[in-house]
Design a protein around this ligand. Structure first.
Ligand code: ZN
Length: 263
């Protein structure tokens, strides 16, 4: 059984890091429930399924890694993004949002089909929607033995204006994702959080803060590399095996809860 939640007063959500006070009661003198796009109890999460389509567009390659079984990274990133959205839209996360005083949490994907928006187009989805969190989903490829889960954030030397917040979110997401991976497979490996200076091109174009200077509020941005799909065991676990769908759900539920608790 559920009870209708009283509308949050502005004071209950003035600090995004504090849960709503239980002593908050509706105040008849307060204006009716706000529906504007700048309400303090509205939050937006943008999920970016990496790659897509068949051609390079605006710095975004159509595909990078390919699983041992032949499934493309771009297909997996979309499946994972859709599963993550389902969990964020589900009752478990809604309950977390209510507890934190957020009446309206919207989850937006940068693509919903096999298309390849350019990097700035993807970032603009976060900017246009005044996102609070931007999470890009990728999978690694490499030598057959390579394993592990890692999360990237924009380095300070690459101009990150909210390095502390991005690093904290990256660690929260990494811990949740790695622990979930460990729960389904003893071979899980924590490759930790890393600045984007640790990548081939010393920078990840997708990790820009679309908020500062644009929408007027900070948007934390991180990129997860779920695992190496070039590894046989990972392919069986996450791509081609009988439990791949259930394992995807386990991993994305962990990330969904981490994001919900980080809003
Ligand atoms: Zn990728």
């Amino acid at each position: 059984m559920t009870q209708a939640r009283p509308p949050a007063t502005p004071d209950s959500v003035s600090n995004a890091n504090s849960p709503a006070s239980p002593s908050n009661v509706p105040d008849a003198n307060q204006p009716a429930a706000q529906t504007c796009s700048t309400c303090k109890d509205r939050r937006v999460i943008v999920i970016d399924p990496g790659h897509g389509g068949t051609a390079m567009v605006g710095g975004s390659s159509p595909n990078n890694a390919t699983a041992v079984s032949g499934v493309l990274e771009k297909t997996l990133t979309l499946q994972y993004a859709q599963t993550l959205k389902q969990h964020l839209d589900g009752e478990a996360c809604k309950s977390i949002f209510r507890g934190r005083g957020y009446a309206d949490v919207q989850v937006v994907l940068t693509r919903t089909g096999d298309t390849n928006p350019g990097l700035s187009t993807r970032v603009n989805v976060a900017k246009t929607n005044k996102a609070d969190i931007f999470l890009s989903i990728h999978f690694n490829g490499g030598v057959a033995a390579a394993r592990g889960t890692e999360t990237f954030y924009k380095a300070g030397s690459n101009g990150n204006a909210n390095l502390g917040e991005d690093t904290a979110l990256a660690q929260t997401v990494q811990t949740a994702l790695f622990n979930a991976m460990k729960s389904i497979d003893g071979g899980a490996k924590d490759r930790k959080i890393k600045p984007d200076t640790d990548t081939k091109h010393k920078s990840l174009g997708i990790l820009r803060d679309p908020g500062i200077g644009y929408s007027g509020k900070m948007c934390r941005s991180v990129l997860i590399e779920v695992e190496f799909i070039s590894n046989h065991q990972v392919d069986a676990l996450l791509v081609s095996g009988g439990r791949a769908s259930a394992n995807r759900s386990t991993l994305m539920l962990a990330v969904a809860r981490a994001l919900a608790n980080s809003l």
